[in-house]
Design a protein around this ligand. Structure first.
Ligand code: GLY
Length: 444
């Protein structure tokens, strides 16, 4: 099977790495890809939102399956165009993509499970949003931009002034572009964050193992939100009961509600959850694999990834019986530009990637890199994700940091505490005992 991966980040590198393990794989293509991907795939210089160009590439190269990574091309209708051209594609059609693209559309779909106390309001006028912030009496509060913001459009405001600043930045200063024209202000939900990603083929839902992202820029979960500074999988938070609640009360009903609303969903459905005392609560949905969550999930997948992806794209997920996972824990540490999540200047030479990748159990995923004059350089805010596997979270984390220590570039910044909320023997025992529960059941 010839596979084309669309995208140029760490998530797409992890897709390429995963399908390269499949006995069914023929050629692996990527567009546009990145220098890490280029070591495992043939890269083609087609921009992700060039829908016609991508369809032409897929047809010209005899591609059997296209895996679409980022949300931009999904919203632009790439999957629709590929299917129309007779090419199987993994990802939602444009009608389903606004589940991520618009917080307000998600709310309108009626699939927005909330804690009993959480409430939210949507605003199109900055003056009204600011006036609302002034009336709030419970802090923190959450300001979300109503559009695609690469996972960065959520601001947790701890004071009225911080909320007003966030509203101004999104709605008046255009900090998030068009995505900030409408915003949602909602109650802060107290709990522990968990990412659950499912493969959905329109009807069947196959929930993947759990992972946890570290969205804040700085240690201790402080500072501005980023696309994610590191992740690990699985999480000890996922008890069998929580798993069942997420599957039965959140993911399956959401997929059914989408179909009923004429927005049949297929592809990766990623629920950003808060595990509260009253159970799991959805904070946001994304219509793509999480980044860096995919970089810690796929290295643990022992089932044939291509069989799973093709079944999702072809609507035959119910025929895939078991999804199997390594009992190892994976931990990924993101190496970012010092100015991230602000504006970064590309072109800083990167050293030590090969040395890091030579460490046992380690894979270095390229998130934002390029080659100029034969030299590997930075090309984005998040530059590399160093993922390691180990028998425990501590073992995986220690390996990831030891490998990451080999890598340097000017202004490199990373969090030093990836996994901190679950490090320790209690979490590891819980994680080991849950490995066999509810997680190998395939499609629901
Ligand atoms: N890691 C967060 C995201 O992919 O949105």
């Amino acid at each position: 099977m010839n596979v084309l991966v669309v995208g140029s980040g760490g998530r797409e590198h992890a897709f390429v790495d995963a399908v390269s393990r499949s006995p069914q794989v023929g050629r692996i293509l990527a567009a546009p890809g990145n220098p890490g991907i280029a070591e495992q795939a043939e890269c083609f210089d087609v921009p992700v939102t060039d829908v016609a160009g991508m369809v032409a590439l897929a047809r010209a190269e005899g591609v059997d399956l296209v895996i679409v990574g980022p949300e931009g091309p999904l919203v632009a209708g790439l999957v629709d165009a590929l299917r129309k051209a007779g090419v199987a594609a993994l990802g939602p059609a444009a009608a389903a993509a606004p589940l991520e693209g618009s917080q307000a559309v998600m709310a309108e779909l009626g699939r927005r499970p909330r804690s009993p106390t959480a409430s939210y309001r949507t605003f199109s006028a900055a003056s009204e949003a600011i006036a609302y912030c002034e009336t709030l009496d419970r802090w923190p509060s959450v300001i979300k931009v109503d559009g695609l913001a690469a996972g960065k459009g959520v601001i947790i405001a701890r004071t009225p002034q911080a909320a007003i600043n966030a509203v101004r930045s999104a709605m008046l200063d255009g900090h998030f572009g068009d995505a900030g024209e409408r915003i949602v202000i909602e109650d802060f939900v107290q709990g522990e964050e968990l990412s659950m990603i499912a493969l959905v083929d329109g009807e069947s839902v196959a929930v993947l193992e759990s992972s946890r992202d570290h969205k804040a820029a700085y240690d201790g979960d402080l500072g501005p939100n980023t696309g994610g500074m590191g992740a690990f999988s699985p999480s000890a938070l996922l008890t069998p009961r929580t798993y069942e609640q997420i599957e039965e009360r959140i993911l399956i009903p959401t997929v059914h509600a989408m179909a009923k609303a004429g927005r049949t969903f297929s592809g990766f459905l990623y629920a950003g959850l808060m595990i509260t005392d009253e159970g799991p609560v959805v904070l946001e949905y994304n219509v793509r694999g999480g980044d860096p969550e995919i970089e810690v999930l796929l290295p643990r997948l022992t089932s044939d990834p291509l069989e799973l992806f093709a079944a999702t794209a072809n609507g035959t997920l119910a025929e895939v019986s078991d999804i199997e996972w390594s009992t190892d824990v994976a931990c990924g540490v993101v190496l970012a530009d010092g100015d991230y999540p602000g504006t970064v200047t590309p072109g800083k030479p990167i050293r030590g990637v090969a040395k890091a990748a030579a460490h046992a159990g380690v894979k270095v995923f390229h998130m934002g890199t390029r080659v100029r004059d034969g030299r590997l350089e930075t090309a984005g805010g998040r530059v590399l994700c160093v993922t390691a596997v180990g028998a425990t979270l501590k073992a995986a984390r220690d390996r990831a940091y030891a490998a990451a220590d080999e890598i340097s570039f000017e202004g490199l910044r990373r969090r030093e505490d990836i996994g901190w909320r679950e490090l320790g023997p209690v979490a590891d025992t819980l994680r080991a005992s849950q490995g066999a529960v509810g997680l190998g059941e395939g499609a629901a």
